[in-house]
Write a protein that binds this ligand. Structure first.
Ligand SMILES: Cc1cc2nc3c(=O)[nH]c(=O)nc-3n(C[C@H](O)[C@H](O)[C@H](O)COP(=O)(O)OP(=O)(O)OC[C@H]3O[C@@H](n4cnc5c(N)ncnc54)[C@H](O)[C@@H]3O)c2cc1C
Length: 491
């Protein structure tokens, strides 16, 4: 082991915390200086380089982590480029005896971790990785016949029965002589949008960093956990934890959340722990099917004749479809970087089942707009909504049932009509007024919806009754929140 005076380098990625951080804690058990590094690698993930909203989060999270590490005397080195090149390079520059990191499970991460490990060992540098971000690593839970699970319920049963979730580790006690931090300046990475600053309202909603994560968990347990089985279905109620970005960036560990929730035994905790397991299941699926973000899990969907309709896609992205709940939520996504799970399902269903536009286009948009954008979770859920995934949703939710598009013009028209009507019903229970059209306009929409005899002939959508983000031209966004769109999509 690295019982040597050479420093240990901790490579931070989606584990931007000091508590329950196995790599950092392992390093702290030796009497060696510790240095830390974060590499902004836009090349290795190729189309899955960090999206616009997540870059905003990363900026603030790194700032917070650097401040915490400073109290230990640990410098956080910032470097940009291919991690595969930079990690061995920096390790040699600082004459590291060891490099430790916590594992990530994206296909590109698995590939380059293996290469980096081999490269470091060739230079005689110890390389160790640790399990830190899932309840159970993707390859550990198997069916009785030894194959990976493809369906959530038996996976959840096996996880609850066979996996003992460890208690989280305490933050290390480190008090070393401060190390100099040679590297980039965070500001020079330009992670924050400026022209225009579409993230100006993000800070009203989020406090990235470990302290923000702990606070969010505490408030959630005190205020809402007990009612989770019911309130998690109500987008207008503060009934969910909003922990997803903190979990994605590892500012809080899944084991910390699991253990804290499990202390409050009851229906709320049971339902919540099951949701946490969905996150693990997504990683389990991505690990067994690395093409999940690009290809339908169910092969027969490969030939699905998706529509190419750049105008409709843009209307969906900008929240100007004319369907109040879809538009309200797409605006919320743009303005806050987050959306409630139930309405993620509604807007996703609208795109794939109503507009018949490929889930890949929606997945790309979410990737760029979500602060919690996560390759496994995003891909699994989009495929789930599209019906092409391992776990798939036949659209039965009353809120979205009538959005289901059929091939016949007549049924599309009928579903248009029914969809709008059902949304009007939904609005009654939907109190998230900040994102809804002005209340006085609902009457106009209602009149439009109930008096129109044949919605297929509608040319005048009630756009005048809604907020006007669609007046922003695509160019006005400064190309900021733009993820790599499929080749067929030209805005
Ligand atoms: C089309 C679509 C795309 C999605 N994309 C993402 C994504 O990129 N990143 C992401 O983290 N989640 C994604 N989700 C899952 C889910 O919507 C969010 O995790 C959840 O809304 C986050 O809010 P919360 O933390 O308040 O959730 P809570 O209801 O408080 O749930 C607690 C935690 O459980 C996990 N969880 C809950 N539901 C799911 C789920 N369906 N799948 C996986 N994990 C879940 C999350 O880690 C979440 O933070 C997507 C869902 C859909 C329908």
């Amino acid at each position: 082991m690295a019982n040597t005076p050479d420093p240990t380098l901790i490579w931070f990625r989606q584990d931007l915390r000091v508590e329950d951080n196995p790599a950092l804690i392992a390093a702290s058990s030796f009497e060696v200086p510790i240095l830390a590094i974060y590499v902004l690698d836009n090349e290795t993930p190729a189309p899955w380089a960090i999206g616009g909203a997540a870059r905003w989060w990363l900026h603030h999270s790194l700032k917070s982590l650097a401040a915490t590490l400073k109290t230990y005397g640990i410098a956080l080195i910032l470097r940009r480029g291919r991690a595969e090149t930079i990690i061995p390079q920096v390790a040699r520059q600082i004459s590291a005896g060891a490099v430790y990191w916590n594992r990530c499970y994206e296909p590109f991460a698995i590939a380059h971790d293996t290469a980096i490990k081999a490269g470091l060992r060739d230079f005689g540098i110890e390389a160790q990785s640790f399990s830190a971000s899932l309840l159970s690593e993707p390859w550990t839970i198997k069916t009785q016949s030894g194959t990976p699970f493809r369906v959530f319920t038996p996976y959840w049963r096996a996880l609850s029965k066979d996996v003992r979730i460890p208690r989280p580790l305490k933050a290390p006690s480190i008090n070393q002589k401060p190390q100099p931090a040679a590297g980039d300046r965070l500001e020079d990475w330009n992670l924050l949008p400026t022209h225009p600053n579409w993230a100006e309202r993000f800070s009203d909603n989020w406090t990235p960093g470990e302290a923000g994560a702990q606070n969010q968990l505490k408030l959630y347990i005190e205020d809402a956990l007990v009612d989770y089985p019911e309130t998690r279905n109500l987008p207008g109620v503060n009934g969910v934890s909003r922990l997803s970005p903190y979990l994605h960036w590892g500012e809080i560990s899944i084991r910390q959340v699991w253990n804290a929730i499990a202390l409050h035994a009851g229906a709320g905790a049971d339902a919540y722990l099951r949701e946490l397991a969905w996150r693990d299941f997504a990683h389990h699926l991505l690990w067994q099917f690395p093409e999940l973000p690009q290809k339908p899990f169910a092969e027969r969907f490969s030939a699905f004749p998706w529509r190419t309709d750049a105008k409709a896609l843009r209307a969906w992205q900008q929240g100007r479809t004319g369907y109040p709940i879809v538009d309200a939520e797409m605006k919320q996504l743009w303005a806050t970087g987050w959306m409630h799970n139930r309405v993620r399902m509604v807007v996703a269903s609208f795109l794939v089942k109503h507009l018949l536009i490929s889930w890949r286009a929606g997945e790309d948009w979410f990737w760029d707009c979500l602060v919690d954008a996560d390759l496994a979770n995003n891909a699994m859920n989009w495929q789930w909504v599209a019906g092409s995934g391992a776990a798939r949703r036949l659209i039965t939710e009353s809120s979205i049932r009538c959005c289901k598009a059929k091939n016949s013009t007549k049924t599309v028209a009928m579903s248009d009509y029914g969809c709008l009507r059902s949304q009007l019903c939904l609005i009654h229970g939907f109190t998230n007024l900040g994102w809804l059209p002005p209340i006085f306009c609902l009457g106009q929409i209602f009149a439009w919806a109930t008096t129109t005899p044949n919605p297929s002939s509608i040319t005048r959508r009630p756009d005048h009754a809604l907020n006007p983000p669609w007046k922003i031209s695509y160019a006005d966004t400064g190309g900021t929140k733009l993820s790599p769109f499929p080749a067929w999509y030209s805005p």
